[in-house]
Design a protein around this ligand. Structure first.
Ligand code: SAM
Length: 339
């Protein structure tokens, strides 16, 4: 792009960002979020995504078209700054973004959530200055950037189960100067190295609230905001307050909000009925290894390998009990080492 072209692009992106902000943050009380949405460049977080066409595929499934700046710059930029969800991955497979193909159906497994819902989640989680915040489901990193912009990167930890997605989110976040702690990890285990948190906010839904989330939230007022989902597409949002005795309770929030299910909570494929019995044997929790590729805001890496099933009872609690894992299961790659 020539420098005149670049200036024109920047001006257009800025104008679209202002329009998006006006559409997304309507409440005068949400001034902090207005500033954040104005500031964060969603176009950097969504270099490629898929949009559904109105007409279904010949198989009767959703027909998804790839949208990138290379394929159609105008459509890409406009869609990026529209208040809509942008799907970035299907069935856990990262598309080939150099040559993205249209898709006939598929189960979206990662996306940039529609910005109004991102703001609503952060708002409903009742965040405040000084809170330590854990986000489950980094996705593109856009929601993470909004939280960093509003509350400061050093307060934010974000987990993503998919290494391709985290890699891209990390590159963009760090490239734009945001420096949250990021990890490729199954968020259903929370994140002990940075616990306890004042807030845990899940950008994927769960079938049951993991006990470790409660154990990793500050007792006496810490909160967990998550969408509860099921295999029949039922959804509700729970805002739980963690009490001093280690229990948690709270209301289901009004409205119907849906997030994709956390990957380990997704329905199994139908498969071949004759194989179902053999699959049952695999449900025995003997091989649920948990590997974390951890990075801090300076891009330093630490790898924690937790082989075998992780029993929440073995994890540190609010009274300072630390890892029950032997040292040999923690490998330092450089930078800061966690206890
Ligand atoms: C709706 S997207 C998140 C959108 C993101 N907040 C954004 O603004 O781009 C949900 C994300 O949760 C991730 N996810 C699913 N199960 C997870 C798990 N068990 N732990 C961590 N991340 C998970 C998915 O890979 C996906 O990227």
């Amino acid at each position: 792009m020539t420098s005149a072209g670049e200036t024109e692009y920047e001006q257009r992106a800025e104008r679209l960002r202002s329009e998006l902000t006006a559409a997304v943050v309507r409440d005068e009380r949400a001034d902090g979020w207005r500033t954040a949405v104005e500031a964060v460049r969603r176009d950097r977080f969504t270099p490629g995504f898929y949009l559904p066409t109105e007409k279904p595929s010949p198989r009767g499934l959703t027909w998804w078209e790839p949208v990138t700046a290379e394929l159609d710059p105008e459509r890409w930029l406009t869609a990026t700054y529209t208040n809509q969800t942008l799907v970035t991955q299907f069935d856990g497979d990262e598309p080939d973004w150099d040559k993205p193909e249209p898709r006939d159906g598929g189960n979206p497994t990662s996306s940039s959530t529609l910005p109004s819902l991102v703001v609503r989640m952060w708002e409903d989680a009742d965040l405040a200055e000084g809170h330590d915040i854990l986000e489950i489901g980094t996705g593109t990193g856009y929601s993470t950037a909004l939280a960093c912009e509003r509350y400061g990167s050093d307060r934010i930890t974000s987990l993503e189960v998919d290494n391709h997605r985290l890699e891209q989110a990390a590159t963009t976040l760090y490239g734009l100067g945001y420096a949250p702690d990021l990890a490729v990890a199954d968020g259903l285990y929370g994140y002990w190295p940075s616990a306890p948190f004042d807030r845990i906010v899940a950008a994927c839904s769960v079938r049951t609230v993991p006990r470790v989330w409660i154990a990793q939230t500050r007792p006496g007022g810490g909160k967990i905001l998550t969408t509860l989902g099921g295999w029949q597409f039922g959804f509700g949002r729970a805002l739980l307050t963690v009490h001093d005795d280690g229990t948690a309770s709270g209301p289901l929030l009004p409205g119907s909000v849906s997030f994709m299910l956390a990957r380990p909570h997704q329905a199994p494929g139908f498969g071949n009925p004759t194989h179902w019995l053999s699959l049952l044997a695999d449900t025995h929790p003997t091989t649920t290894g948990h590997t974390i590729d951890w990075r801090n805001g300076n891009g330093e890496g630490v790898l924690h390998t937790l082989p075998g099933p992780v029993d929440p009872a073995d994890q540190p609690d609010h009274h300072g009990r630390r890892y029950a894992l032997p040292d040999r299961h923690r490998h330092r790659l450089g930078g800061r080492a966690h206890p």
